[in-house]
Design a protein around this ligand. Structure first.
Ligand SMILES: CC(C)=CCC/C(C)=C/CC/C(C)=C/COP(=O)(O)OP(=O)(O)O
Ligand SMILES: [Zn+2]
Length: 453
């Protein structure tokens, strides 16, 4: 009590509000009467301990999820980075060596040494190495061969196959385009007709399915939307119906479901929450004049869009790399006669430093779900109470939490206001780049490295 009295009025208010909010949660989630508001605290140390243990067994004897080992690296390393922690140098070296052994002789990464390269594990390995950062990790990626692998996975229809002879789907498009963009090897050949494929997967509900004719799902909607932004064709999607679809995926529990009539699950905190992070940036961009389409029009001159892109290059925040700007616009031009969203050209002037955008979802309710229902107090996060923790859910619950904490912020460079962060402010996680889901400063490290080399 004495220490309570010594707090400022604002600090006391914050504690009292937290206590009242927690009492409401207790009733709502039917928590035991003994539950305390410390349950709203992110159990950082326990999460780091759980995650670090998971990374130590990647050697040959580690055969759980044998074909998914780069994924385990990514889920763990990204979670540790979100918590602003580092792995010790020996573990880091072992992880880089392990991932190098997963790299195929003809490019791309497999689920384990000697296995067949696969786009999903290539995405996981590249994101892991970007998250580790530094010369050793980043230069271990053979970009020339990886480019050849991506070209081999490209189908005549425009989509990508997950592996040699494998299925074509929206995940494959996203993982290929995301990796190529991060490594600065994206070109018109890789982009050709991807937009048409994604467009054919937007369903009558507004979300995006894995393949044409299937059901809209949060995982695929994130992948499809992020891909369309990366290739600068996002305006081709029906963004209004996509927004309606994702808004209605938040349940009364605060968490998100992946698709209509299914249960909420902590991992959709990112797959659906990440969609809001992308939409927020799209909504805060200026519209630029359409690129002239007619023969000869504007010939010899930069299009307005290209001009805007190059003007923005190298500027603050996420603007430069939320899309690839006008560089692939000639492919997009086959269809586009309306104005295009230029995500590069974010207008910071009217909002810098202020929390002035209202999220399109209930961010505090989602934080409640993550902290109270998905968090295991002794480390790790899960789908929902009654399920066990795992590294996948830990990664995507924490990624979603980071997105929530910044859902009011237009300017990603400034820290969120305390009221945007549920629980103590020490719950604040590192910001992510929402197109790739890597921690923002690791993204910038990779960006610098691959722009120079
Ligand atoms: C980058 C990358 C590889 C992204 C993958 C995206 C992703 C999570 C796709 C979801 C796939 C899917 C249809 C799950 C449904 O599972 P379910 O039927 O068990 O779950 P549900 O009941 O919640 O729909
Ligand atoms: Zn899940």
């Amino acid at each position: 009590m004495e220490s309570f009295r010594s707090l400022t009025v604002t600090q006391r208010d914050q504690i009292l509000v937290e206590q009242q909010v927690f009492d409401i949660f207790k009733t709502f989630y039917n928590l035991p009467p003994s539950s305390q508001s410390f349950m709203l605290e992110l159990q950082r140390e326990n999460h780091v301990e759980y995650l670090t243990k998971g990374l130590t067994g990647l050697g040959p004897s580690f055969c759980v999820l044998d074909a998914n080992r780069p994924w385990i690296c990514y889920w763990i390393l990204h979670s540790i980075a979100l918590l602003d922690e580092f792995v010790d140098p020996e573990l880091e070296d072992n992880t880089i060596d392990f991932l190098s052994r997963c790299q195929g002789p003809n490019g791309g990464y497999a689920g384990g040494p000697g296995q067949m390269p696969h786009l999903a594990t290539t995405y996981a390995a590249v994101n892991s190495l970007v998250t580790l950062g530094g010369d050793k990790a980043l230069s271990s990626i053979n970009r020339e061969k990886l480019y050849m692998f991506l070209r081999q996975m490209k189908d005549a229809s425009g989509g990508f196959r997950m592996h040699d002879g494998g299925e074509i789907d929206v995940r494959a498009c996203y993982t290929a385009i995301s990796v190529a963009s991060l490594l600065n090897i994206l070109d018109d050949e890789l982009v050709q007709n991807v937009g048409n494929y994604i467009l054919s997967c937007q369903t009558y509900e507004g979300g995006i399915s894995g393949e044409p004719g299937s059901e809209a799902h949060g995982g695929y909607t994130f992948c499809g939307l992020a891909t369309m932004i990366l290739i600068n064709e996002v305006d081709r999607l029906d963004l209004s119906s996509l927004t309606d679809w994702v808004v209605f995926r938040q349940g009364v529990e605060g968490g998100f479901q992946g698709r209509t009539n299914k249960l909420v699950d902590g991992c959709y905190s990112f797959w659906q929450g990440g969609i809001f992070a992308l939409l927020k940036r799209l909504n805060s961009t200026k519209r630029v004049k359409p690129i002239p389409l007619g023969d000869g029009e504007g010939s010899g001159e930069e299009s307005p869009q290209t001009t805007a892109s190059s003007d923005a290059a190298g500027e603050e925040g996420l603007n430069e790399d939320l899309s690839l700007g006008g560089s692939h616009s000639e492919i997009g031009d086959q269809h586009n006669t309306s104005s295009q969203v230029n995500v590069i050209d974010i207008d910071h002037n009217h909002s810098k430093g202020h929390a002035n955008v209202e999220p399109l979802f209930n961010s505090l309710a989602l934080q409640q779900y993550i902290l109270l229902c998905s968090q295991e107090l002794n480390g790790g996060l899960r789908d929902k109470p009654g399920k066990s923790r795992d590294h996948y859910h830990t990664c995507y619950c924490l990624s979603g939490l980071s997105v929530c904490q910044r859902s009011w912020l237009e300017d990603e460079d400034s820290p969120p206001l305390p009221r945007a962060v549920l629980g103590p402010y020490s719950n604040l996680l590192e910001p992510i780049h929402p197109l790739y889901n890597v921690v923002l400063d690791r993204y910038w490290g990779a960006h610098e490295f691959f722009t120079k080399s």
